[in-house]
Design a protein around this ligand. Sequence first.
Ligand SMILES: *Cc1c(COP(=O)(O)O)cnc(C)c1O
Length: 410
Amino acid sequence: MTELAEPAAPASLAMPERALPSPAFPPRLTLAEATRARNAWIEIDLEALDHNLAALRTAIGPGCETIVVVKGNAYGAGVEGVAPALEAAGVERFAVAWVSEAVQLRELGIRRPIIVLGHAFPEDAEAALAHDLTLTCHSLALGRALSAAAVRAGHTARVHIHIDSGLHRDGVSLEEGVALAEALRGLPALEIEGISTHMANADEPDDSFSDAQAALFRDATARLPWIPYRHTANSATALRRAGLRFEGVRLGLALHGVLPSNTPGPALRPILSVKARLARVSTIGAGEGVSYGLTWRASRESRTALVPVGYADGWSRHLGNRGEVLIGGRRCPMVGRVMMDQFVADVTDTPTAAEGDEAVLLGSQGNERITAGDVATAAGTIPWDTFAALTGRLPRIFHRQGVVERITGG
Ligand SMILES: *Cc1c(COP(=O)(O)O)cnc(C)c1O
């Protein structure tokens, strides 16, 4: 016993081994309560996420697993809240880009198989075994390291082989893939479970190149018929091409309630909103400028609102003088350059706007809605980028029907 040790509680006052959960704890906050004193935040609607997953599974049909792609902090939505909700909703597998992202999923308690789609080094073999990760294996050196680590650990390492069928990004060519798979097959404690490819034009208006890629992939699978698990489809391919679903589809964007522009699909609900509270509302005279470089000048006496979100939050600088924000239920133009921590909106036509009012940068307010597509178009990019750019300074508030379940970051 050291002097710092707590004195033992008298037996009559001792706490039980485990405090029983009391219904009042944790307190259930409403979104309004949780956001009252926050500059800006992201709301994630977990009910919409459940809805999207169910709708996508129905559209894709039985006999095909859902591999949820939660790389890049679950496309900015916050993997700590999104991944457990998806596992609870019954998805079969997870996929990420980095080994470290897969380790993070295990640390969050995710039990389902996790495929690492991106590059791994032989040095990652120990972590792959320790956390039961499924690596994409592009080399014999990686396969050997995994096999050796698996023998040491006394269990089996699982790998997938990724065929480059024309995207010319990652993976191995058809011939290399067949040779690699046959060579890996001879290594102890290594299971070649899966074979995959990725489409180059899935999200383009003309996705016919997918036919050529699919033919090459079918050639590979015909030569490696002993590999049981095949996957080729992202959101667009999964919805547009029933013949390319194979054993599992890799769903990212569609889970967020956004479909690639070329892709018809079931009715989905956006899961993510970005909101802020106006920090300041002021009046400037005609001819006066706003923000660095004074790139916007008021054509009349104007009311300006300071929105405390900037490019340090992932709100693109390209939105300056182009984007919009909802204030008082109206679309208000973003004026001047986006700064690191704030931007300015013109609220001259929304005379009630006042400090503390809620501004919606992405999402709905009253009858208006700003979609991820709207933001992406204004910024000259794509919804994937708009989501993935959202940084850790913005807290993620996970809720169902406005009742907060979890708050992370911020
Ligand atoms: C990111 C990614 C996906 C998910 O794509 P979505 O279009 O967001 O559904 C699927 N497969 C691979 C290989 C990816 O890198």
